[in-house]
Write a protein that binds this ligand. Structure first.
Ligand SMILES: [Zn+2]
Length: 240
């Protein structure tokens, strides 16, 4: 077999040489995948219009010596609001950057594909993007192997007061001393995190998180992510 099909979301693209582009996909079938679009920078190239970041495409790909070569593209879905709305664009850029780090090449990852596709669709179609954004992070970290404990303390108590990345999640007042990286968390945020530990995306799109709570929640998530994965995002340096 010297060719194959993939269904994938375009994560990024970069120019190589005079005319070609290297496209990075998150595919349903093969995890992260790099392939070259030959001559895609020519104005007449039919392929170029479909091979834009964030698009969902189906591609026919030939196996090449250095890189595999994209031979055909079918555009399945675009997410126009993610490009048009600057806040949506910045939040999705962070998500995409994280996905590039955590998904390996040629490793089937249907769950993370489903999460990314669901998140992008929801952020494109709905205005309550804070809720969808937080839903993504809690679930993406869990899929990457770092599930936050959000419903109860390590001792089992449900009366939680704080958060510690090194202890894996929320803590009660009696257990605070066991960690040296305790973050004090407001009651509103603790309640919210408990809920997000169990809700589905279809529920997250119906909710919204007020902007004044976002800084606190994002700080917890970034702290947890960096502690466990050591991934720092360039796109996070741009404030939303
Ligand atoms: Zn405890």
């Amino acid at each position: 077999m010297n060719s194959y099909y993939i269904t994938g979301i375009i994560l990024s693209r970069e120019n190589i040489g005079e005319k070609d582009r290297l496209i990075v996909f998150l595919t349903r079938e093969r995890g992260k995948l790099r392939a070259v679009a030959r001559s895609s920078r020519r104005i007449s190239s039919k392929m170029a219009g479909s091979l834009e970041p964030f698009n969902l495409v189906r591609c026919w790909i030939h196996i090449g010596k250095t890189f595999d070569i994209i031979k055909g593209v079918e555009l399945i879905k675009t997410f126009p609001n993610l490009v048009r709305d600057i806040k949506k664009y910045l939040l999705v850029s962070r998500i995409i950057e994280f996905i590039q780090y955590i998904v390996q090449e040629n490793e089937e990852s249907p769950e993370i594909f489903k999460l990314l596709f669901g998140t992008m669709s929801a952020m494109n179609d709905y205005e309550n993007i804070n809720s969808v954004y937080i839903f993504f992070w809690i679930n993406a970290l869990a899929l990457a192997g770092y599930k936050m404990r959000l419903d109860r303390c390590i001792c089992g108590r449900r009366e939680i007061t704080s958060f510690s990345s090194s202890m894996g999640g929320v803590l009660c007042n009696d257990c605070i001393e066991k960690a040296d990286d305790v973050i004090t968390v407001s009651n509103s945020v603790l309640t919210l995190l408990k809920e997000y530990a169990i809700i589905k995306l279809s529920e997250a799109v119906k909710r919204e998180i007020p902007q004044y709570l976002m800084e606190e929640i994002e700080n917890i998530i970034a702290n947890f992510r960096i502690y466990h994965t050591n991934i720092r995002l360039k796109s996070e340096e741009v404030n939303v």
